[in-house]
Write a protein of this length. Sequence first.
Length: 117
Amino acid sequence: VQLVESGGGLVQPGGSLRLSCAASGVTFSRYDMSWYRQVPGNERELVARVLSDGGNTAYLGAVKGRFTISRDNAKSTVYLQMNSLKSEDTAVYYCNAWGRAYGLNFWGQGTQVTVSS
């Protein structure tokens, strides 16, 4: 199983980035997909989740209205569109796949997002 994130980088405050996570080795449509983030010294926190059916999403309060999670089951890919970025969004962002039916949980390697002028 592989989850490969891309799209991170350096952006100015107020800018936008789109993260992608391509999955392989799993039946993607049966997994809830999430984005987490972590700052050194802090616990990893859930940023956004989209359920396997794609119809239900949930967001961390601090990103609601600025970030949008979406998935393309045909491409086995989940996205995180991040707008109006703030310095406090700086973190390593991780993709997560959770297969409730299987009791399986997978992580990507992470991608750095830095918001700075």
